[in-house]
Design a protein around this ligand. Structure first.
Ligand code: CA
Length: 246
């Protein structure tokens, strides 16, 4: 089996900067999307630091007996500490932070950590499944039964995240593990995609380009921009397929 992957980011049609960042490291099976926040370009400093730290800690050969959830947890915590200390040193970066969704792939084994409202989706046999639950204010209200998912998608407070890297507090990422199957697609994305497109629209775009991952990444970004492009949009797309014949 072979893992393929690609990533793409776009600032969208409204925002003056792109504060998202992503990581595609096929050699070490490390993939991430980070969505930074904070005024005066601080968001891109936070998301950049997060991705750089994860790349440094996770982008190396791993022994088969390493505890992937623990490795992910400690890498995410370290990224958060570095963002906090950078904002403590530089007043212009005060209160910057970032979301993170990061996966380690080892053979078919997939281990995922996430904080904030960037998401991971698994596309398998024509269905799309969300692997992450947003750490966001409106999602907390959905969990409490105070908003429907449809109301949450339109709520003006939908950008407010309840957990982020760089807050100074321990971040406690959610962890998910599972096994990839042949022809699976794994999508990591920032909320610039998911506030513009429904899960069904995302699936329709991916179904239209089942083989070409790069084309699918570009199509997702184009679809988000066609729908308004109200935020920076970032996608990382992985494919797990039988090896191409020699
Ligand atoms: Ca965003």
């Amino acid at each position: 089996m072979t893992l393929h992957g690609c990533g793409e980011t776009h600032q969208g049609r409204v925002r003056p900067h792109n504060e998202d960042a992503f990581l595609v490291d096929l050699e070490h099976g490390v993939f991430a999307v980070a969505d930074g926040m904070g005024g005066h370009a601080a968001g891109e400093v936070a998301s950049g630091l997060a991705v750089e730290t994860l790349s440094e800690i996770l982008g190396r050969p791993r022994g088969g007996d390493e505890d992937a959830p623990e490795l992910l947890r400690s890498a995410v915590e370290e990224a958060s500490r570095r963002i906090t200390s950078r904002s403590d040193e530089h007043p212009e970066f005060r209160s910057m932070g970032t979301t993170i969704v990061v996966v380690l792939v080892d053979g078919p084994r997939l281990s995922l950590a996430h904080v904030g409202d960037s998401r991971a989706y698994l596309v398998r046999s024509g269905t799309i499944r969300r692997l992450t639950s947003d750490h966001s204010f409106v999602y907390e209200l959905v969990r409490l039964g105070m908003l429907s998912p449809e109301q949450a998608a339109r709520d003006p407070r939908r950008n407010v995240v309840t957990r982020a890297l760089g807050s100074g507090a321990p971040v406690a990422p959610d962890i998910w593990q599972g096994d990839l199957e042949p022809r699976d697609r794994l999508l990591l994305c920032s909320d610039g995609l998911t506030t513009m497109l429904t899960d069904e629209q995302i699936l329709a775009v991916l179904d239209a380009a089942p083989e070409a991952l790069e084309k699918a990444c570009t199509s997702l970004i184009e679809a988000a921009n066609s729908a308004g492009g109200e935020d920076n949009v970032t996608v990382v797309l992985l494919g797990y397929d039988e090896a191409a014949p020699p």
